[in-house]
Design a binder for this molecule. Structure first.
Ligand code: PHE
Length: 451
């Protein structure tokens, strides 16, 4: 018997919910440091090209699969074709890997909010503050537990709606505040060099790694290749346009990532040493922004306001990640919600603690040359998600056939404007690119072949 599924109340409700899941640390924390690391303008260009091709086609496919079947990923693939059920399982693995380290970063954000709110933001601006913080044992684990604890309580009581309401108010404020911070950063000495680095593509910085990083980031940021958009699609009403919803989510998500880069990358050139900071990686936001806040009037307040909004953006995403994992457990093991919550919570803690300790006492432990956090990030974004995306393309392009998706997009008389693009991307462009990139990157990670 088919379960009765709830519906989003119309198109705006769907877009807001999907955007709430999509917009998070991926946009604000991850995008800027990758753009800084992988050549600035060229990364941005590759990202944008991938967003309007890969991103568009995959999101359309996933939402359509969800709405067509009315099921979540694991069941949806199985229903469409028995043999392809494993893709659903594979995609279900991604949120399990991402959520623990996502919560570690969420903990850092919570800590930074606390530091600014309690008037100690000046301390956070010193260059060794972040390193001193993350290399400890108790502090970062404590903030990680606080963050995942808040997430778990919300999922346990099923009160996501309240959080969504708060974040709907805060997200537009975050956008305005980010514009203000970016504008301020651009008035500082040296910032223009940063702006140029960020928006003017320099083709000598291009490499296969740029494409891999941009692709992984695209999946991560738009919550693709992990079954989430399938689940969201299953709640979408038939009379809403999939194509225009996808366009809206895409613009929203990419816009916020772009803005975060605009805030952080010019600041690198204004407040610090670009040589050193561009390569920072995961710590970039936490090292650069406090220095910028310190330089601006009322920076203490701006810093606290900024981090609390990032906290809410991260929280809506971590809730949607945890919800997904909990519902997988409920479906798979037929456990009730509470038991599934406890099991998921235990797994997150088990995987999250090494990710936190990897910045300090366990920094000597390396898996294929990476600390725990980088390894989990790599294995999900650069390996499993591209594989899921590839399999989704093959499944949609050659087993299910693109016409099935096109049909779903056209339900209720909507026309599918980008049909040609959709077909080419799903059948040829995406699979070929993904295969090439996947092979080179895995060989590279294992040191068999140097990019
Ligand atoms: N897309 C979110 C971000 O950019 C991360 C996320 C992935 C959230 C998957 C939910 C599900 O931060």
């Amino acid at each position: 018997m088919e379960k009765q599924r709830g519906n989003f109340s119309g198109r705006l409700g769907f877009i807001m919910a999907a955007a709430g899941s999509a917009v998070g640390l991926g946009n604000i924390w991850r995008f800027p440091y990758l753009a800084a690391q992988y050549g600035g303008g060229i990364f941005l260009l590759v990202y944008l090209v991938l967003a309007v091709t890969f991103g568009f086609a995959l999101m359309t496919a996933e939402i359509s699969i969800g709405r067509k079947t009315g099921l979540s990923a694991v069941e949806a693939f199985r229903k469409l074709d028995k043999k392809w059920g494993f893709v659903g399982y594979l995609s279900a693995l991604v949120p399990v890997i991402i959520l623990p380290y996502y919560s570690v970063i969420g903990g850092w954000v919570t800590k930074y909010f606390w530091v600014f709110a309690s008037g100690e933001g000046i301390a956070a601006a010193s260059s060794d503050y972040f390193g001193g913080f993350v290399s400890q044992i108790g502090q970062p684990i404590g903030w990680f537990l606080a963050f995942i604890g808040i997430t778990a309580v919300i999922v346990w009581f099923g009160v996501e709606k309240g959080v969504e309401r708060v974040s709907k108010i805060l997200m537009p404020i975050l956008v305005i505040l980010s514009m203000f911070i970016a504008a301020y950063a651009l008035t500082m000495d040296g910032a223009m060099d940063g702006l140029k680095y960020y928006i003017i593509p320099n083709f000598s910085h291009f490499s296969v790694k740029t494409v891999l990083a941009a692709m992984g980031q695209l999946f991560y940021s738009m919550s693709l290749a992990m079954g989430i958009m399938i689940t969201y699609g299953s709640y979408m009403r038939k009379d809403n346009s999939i194509e225009s919803s996808v366009r809206h989510i895409e613009i929203f998500d990419t816009g916020i990532a772009f803005l975060a880069g605009l805030m952080i990358i010019p600041s690198i050139f204004a407040v610090g040493d670009p040589e050193q900071l561009l390569e920072k990686g995961a710590s970039l936001m936490f090292e650069v922004l406090p220095q910028l806040f310190l330089a601006m009037p009322a920076g203490q307040f701006v810093g606290a306001a900024f981090f609390i909004m990032v906290f809410f953006a991260a929280l809506t995403s971590s809730i949607s990640l945890m919800e997904t994992v909990v519902s997988i457990f409920m479906d798979k093991f037929h456990w009730n919600r509470k038991l599934s919550c406890i099991a998921v919570f235990a797994i997150i803690i088990l995987l999250g603690i090494p990710s936190s300790l990897g910045n300090g006492v366990w920094s000597g432990i390396k898996i294929i040359g990476m600390d725990f956090l980088s390894f989990f990030d790599f294995i999900s974004n650069s390996v499993i998600m591209p594989i899921v995306a590839l399999l989704t393309c093959i499944f949609v392009g050659y087993v299910l056939k693109t016409s099935a998706i096109e049909h779903e997009v056209e339900v209720s008389g909507h026309s599918f404007k980008a049909r040609g693009l959709f077909r080419i991307v799903i059948k040829y462009f995406a699979p070929i690119c993904i295969v090439l990139i996947l092979i080179t990157s895995v060989l590279d990670a294992f040191g068999i072949f140097k990019l």
